[in-house]
Design a protein around this ligand. Structure first.
Ligand code: ATR
Length: 253
């Protein structure tokens, strides 16, 4: 494989379609079991890859070098093989920032509640920090680590949140009737960002729009992170306008 995506389950991934609209290479979906993962990383038989769940942290020991964003987040989604040495990057955070800015959501000086504390949440937390939110609250589910609070505690103490970001899988296809929170808990909320890419409107963002808030979902972030990854793969710039062009095309279908 020259270019592609590794992860445990890739059945639903739109990445092949997106990358092949961005660049001239063939992009393969390459699912790996845990047993297959180690030899794959040792053999380095690829030019450049993207990495998804559950290997974004597990690839790090195989890298010769990791960029500052990936270091900050503690996860790598893009790897380039340069003369047998592996270089790691994270384009999830810039992808998230692109989507927030494109939709004119201002995070500066805002109180932002982030639902979920998995890998995707780490990239979102770094992005929200980068956009200078005044307060960031992270809400967990079963695993409540230091600095993470429960949903009940959040409703109790942070009902004044300005922006909600969902990084949990609640509401993702095929469970489209589920929503991670009832927005009635957040009367001051102005915008809801759901990083779920499928469906295009989640139950949460539909409700947000009904209440007069901005409500956006993650397909734009998915396309943006792919564009930034393709630029690293090829070491060349791709016009920013490509993101919207591809997003619009996918959204229509
Ligand atoms: P990723 O690594 O891609 O971010 P994840 O780890 O599967 O995805 O889930 C992200 C977050 O969503 C986690 O905080 C997870 O909480 P727990 O691992 O503590 O349970 C949360 N999450 C997963 N399923 C959930 C559910 N049904 N309700 C609420 N939160 C959920």
């Amino acid at each position: 494989m020259d270019y592609g995506l590794i992860g445990e389950k890739l059945g639903h991934s739109a990445s092949k379609e997106i990358h092949e609209m961005l660049a001239d290479y063939t992009y393969e979906l390459h699912p790996l079991t845990r047993e297959q993962f180690t030899p794959f990383m040792e053999q380095k038989n690829f030019r450049a890859i993207n990495v998804t769940i559950p290997y974004k942290q597990e690839v790090i020991p195989y890298l010769a070098c990791i960029d500052d964003t990936a270091k900050e987040i503690g996860a790598v989604n893009t790897i380039v093989n340069r003369k047998g040495k592996l270089y790691g990057y994270n384009t999830d955070m810039p992808g998230f920032i692109y989507m927030v800015r494109k939709n004119k959501i201002e995070m500066k000086e805002k109180k932002v509640v982030i639902l979920g504390n998995g890998g995707a949440s780490q990239a979102v937390q770094a992005g929200v920090k980068h956009m200078k939110a005044s307060e960031i609250v992270v809400v967990g589910n079963r695993t409540i680590k230091k600095g993470v609070i429960t949903y009940d505690e959040c409703f109790d103490k942070h009902s004044d949140a300005d922006i909600i970001v969902n990084t949990s899988p609640v509401g993702m296809f095929p469970n489209i009737d589920a929503s991670p929170v009832d927005l009635k808990h957040f009367p001051k909320c102005q915008a809801v960002v759901d990083i779920i890419a499928n469906p295009l409107t989640t139950k949460l963002t539909a409700k947000a729009r009904e209440l007069g808030m901005i409500g956006i979902t993650g397909l734009e972030m998915l396309v943006a992170q792919a564009k930034y990854a393709a630029e690293i793969f090829l070491d060349e710039k791709i016009p920013e306008s490509k993101i919207d062009e591809i997003y619009q095309r996918l959204a229509r279908n």
